[in-house]
Design a protein around this ligand. Structure first.
Ligand code: PNS
Length: 157
């Protein structure tokens, strides 16, 4: 399982998802429903954007969850969580979460180093660059870029 916010999905996520999909028979991309944090895209949009971006992989299922990841893993009988690591700065927090998830629910975490080409990419930075009129077309698939441009134009910020 690859959990995350995916607001929106970027080529950094897709690199990890594609490589992970080759390591496992089935991969669930699980989008966190976060009631406390309003994102740029609502849950339905995020799911739609990931579904389109991963359709070609064949063994990727897109789902959502709220609450604790370990509870969702228990309910779906998933015992492995896969996370991409961009840099050592990701590692500290990811290690903590991995250890907590193992303690809470016996869930193992596997880390995949991201392709260095994408190591500086994050959804937050992509949104910020897009909001200020920067070109983000090389960081996200075309259908995500189109939706991002639409959203930025609507919000006017
Ligand atoms: O894309 P993100 O925002 O870095 O993903 C973080 C995510 C969704 C993987 C993490 O926040 C998470 O698992 N949230 C669910 C709540 C939970 O289980 N928290 C305790 C983690 S030890």
């Amino acid at each position: 399982m690859c959990p995350g916010s995916f607001d929106p999905v970027t080529y950094g996520h897709l690199d990890v998802i594609e490589r992970a999909s080759k390591l496992y028979d089935e991969l669930v991309v699980a989008v966190l429903v976060n009631e406390h944090k309003q994102g740029m895209f609502d849950l339905a949009d995020r799911i739609e954007l990931i579904t389109e971006a991963t359709a070609a992989y064949g063994n990727v299922i897109v789902d959502s969850f709220s609450g604790l990841l370990v509870d969702y893993c228990r309910d779906t009988q998933t015992n492995t969580v896969l996370k991409g690591l961009r840099a050592t700065s990701d590692f500290d927090y990811e290690l903590q979460m991995a250890q907590m998830n193992r303690e809470l629910g016996g869930v193992e975490t596997v880390f995949l180093p991201t392709n260095p080409e994408h190591s500086y990419l994050s959804s937050s930075l992509v949104k910020e660059v897009a909001r200020f009129g920067g070109d983000v077309s090389r960081f996200v698939p075309a259908h995500v870029h189109a939706r991002l441009s639409e959203r930025v134009a609507q919000r006017g910020d």
